[in-house]
Design a protein around this ligand. Structure first.
Ligand code: F0G
Length: 373
């Protein structure tokens, strides 16, 4: 029997990534996440499309950030870095802290005071990051880490670091492998806009298209590999109404949304994300906080998939855009569910009914069960 097991996305896609045989790979066996076809929601809502969720919440730290962080930390270590830094709405800080721990280097994370989900904060703390809460939002943090990393011995691991997007592009390869070709549409949340840009780099590379938006080379792709797909999907990006610079077509100074992961008004991958939307023929749409929370509950109750609010915006967006007839019938849609619901237990509990409290007696409990059977 072979003992070869899955060892992470760098080893799997090494010929398409900027690593060499001598690179020490820092990995927690991220990637290889499940594609789950929605069965109940489409039947219930009369949807004519085939919908698959790529559940990125099942990465080692519970979000898609691990894909980019394995590459960024691998390259930081290769360059001799002893410390990394990032600004974060939570998930990037969790991933940075975990991969720095794995590499044996220091991590510093800047987070907006009070606006980060508890699970994410606990991860950064447990993995030994120096957690710095700033009196400001993510955009302030992003500006500060750029300043700090240019004057101190710190390797910046936000998605402005091109290696992050290189790691994140591998989601497109996995989707193509699962479906046999690219889907017709791929929908996802948009915050700092690195992920939609990375999806486009991956799909372009897979289809053998010149990577006009690849941020590591000059347009003659450095990692062409062999063709994996015959086409590229339309990319659709969803933003929370209170933090929707792509809908307003300009930066937003005071972003606000219950989906704290995407509470961002000044996305750093602004140009790359516009290019991804335009080249793919997709679009941006916005959803309200109420729509986001209803969709989170709907997905959890109808399909057994618990994702965080920022991820649930994809389901909220689908509800809206399918009703408007924006997706062709009988098409294949892939939905990136970026983070696990367990990241943000407070928001989940706040919108659910409290458990009933009874005496530890058979009859009392039996009566409640009878009511609900
Ligand atoms: N979904 C989740 C769960 C996220 O954590 C993020 C971003 C996004 C979507 C948006 O992705 O920024 O590439 O457009 N979180 C970052 C963080 C900003 O710090 O964890 P994006």
């Amino acid at each position: 029997m072979s003992n070869s097991h899955y060892t992470g996305l760098i080893n799997k896609y090494r010929e398409r990534l900027p690593v060499s045989d001598s690179t020490r790979v820092i990995s927690l066996n991220e990637g290889n996440t499940p594609m789950i076809e929605l069965k109940n929601l489409p039947a219930q809502l009369g949807w004519k499309q085939q919908i698959f969720c790529k559940f990125e919440g099942l990465n080692p730290t519970g979000s898609f950030k691990d894909r980019g962080m394995t590459m960024a930390v691998t390259k930081a270590v290769e360059a001799g870095a002893k410390a990394i830094i990032c600004a974060s709405t939570g998930n990037t800080s969790a991933a940075a802290a975990a991969y720095a721990a794995r590499a044996g280097i220091k991590s510093f994370v800047l987070i907006p005071d009070g606006k980060i989900a508890l699970g994410k904060l606990s991860q950064a703390m447990m993995h030994g990051a120096t957690v710095i809460q700033i009196r400001g939002n993510f955009d302030d943090g992003m500006r500060l880490v750029q300043e700090l990393s240019s004057s101190m011995p710190l390797n910046l691991v936000n998605s402005i670091n091109p290696y992050r997007l290189q790691g994140q592009k591998t989601i497109s390869f996995e989707v193509i492998e699962a479906l046999g070709d690219a889907p017709d549409y791929h929908v996802m949340p948009v915050g700092n806009a690195g992920n939609i840009s990375a999806h486009w780099i991956g799909y372009s590379e897979a289809a053998g298209k010149p990577c006009g938006s690849c941020n590591l080379c000059d347009g003659t792709c450095a990692y062409p590999g062999s063709k994996l797909s015959t086409k590229r999907p339309k990319l659709v990006g969803y933003q929370a109404s209170g933090a929707a610079p792509f809908l307003r077509e300009s930066m937003v100074d005071q972003p606000e949304t219950v989906a704290t992961a995407i509470r961002i008004g000044h996305p750093v991958s602004w140009d790359l994300a516009w290019a991804a939307q335009k080249e793919s023929g997709g679009w941006f749409e916005e959803c309200s906080d109420d729509e986001i929370l209803s969709a989170q509950k709907l997905l959890a109750k109808c399909e057994g998939i618990f994702c965080e609010p920022a991820s649930a915006i994809t389901i909220a967006g689908l509800c809206k855009d399918i009703a408007e007839g924006r997706f062709k019938e009988n098409s294949k849609i892939v939905c990136t569910l970026t983070g696990h619901g367990l990241k943000d237990p407070d928001t989940a509990i706040a919108q659910s009914d409290a458990p009933v409290l009874v005496n530890a007696e058979r009859d009392e409990i039996g009566a409640i069960i009878s009511q609900h059977l």
